[in-house]
Design a protein around this ligand. Structure first.
Ligand SMILES: [Zn+2]
Length: 172
């Protein structure tokens, strides 16, 4: 965890790391109002879409790492469960509907923006769709199947890197 916040969001008092009774973690705590700022990881989802030995990657439209290839997916919004987020991201980015999905793994990662480093817990799913006629939508500029033995450079996020390594090994 990175202690990226300095001031209390409720009263602007100074935050410092303190350990409460019966809590094994130190938490950012406001010196003025006593607010304890719990920093839990943000949930994200990633989709693994394969065809034979090929893996689908999308090209990012926005920073960070604009123009880099990555797995389709994104942040889970308030009110969504993982499956809802997965379906929505796939529909938004690729214009396709999921017909089947299965749990692949979950990963601790970080997401950098120009302001902060966000702690992430990413859940990856293997996904099958009704069709693969993509209608490229928000957040991406391109989507392509690449042979796993000849993948382009992908975003340096730990979750994406570890998943791709695992997929390449799986194939061997
Ligand atoms: Zn405060």
């Amino acid at each position: 965890m990175n202690n990226k916040y300095i001031y209390c969001t409720l009263c602007t008092g100074a935050l410092s790391l303190e350990r409460q009774a019966q809590d094994e973690h130190s938490r950012l705590t406001c010196s003025k109002c006593g607010f304890v700022f719990y920093q839990n990881p943000t949930p994200t989802v990633l989709a693994i879409i394969e065809q034979a030995d090929k893996l689908l990657l999308v090209k990012r439209k926005n920073e960070p790492f604009k123009g880099s290839w990555t797995l389709p997916g994104g942040f889970v919004e308030v009110g969504q469960n993982l499956e809802m987020a997965l379906k929505q991201e796939i529909l938004e980015e690729l214009g396709i509907k999921i017909s089947d999905y299965s749990y692949f793994g979950s990963y601790v990662s970080q997401y950098h923006t120009k302001f902060v480093m966000e702690d992430i817990v990413c859940t990856a799913f293997k996904v099958a769709a009704d069709n693969y006629e993509f209608k490229i939508g928000s957040d991406v500029v391109d989507a392509k199947f690449f042979s796993k033995s000849n993948l382009p450079e992908t975003v340096p996020f730990k979750d994406v890197q570890v998943i791709i390594e695992k997929l390449i090994k799986e194939k061997l």
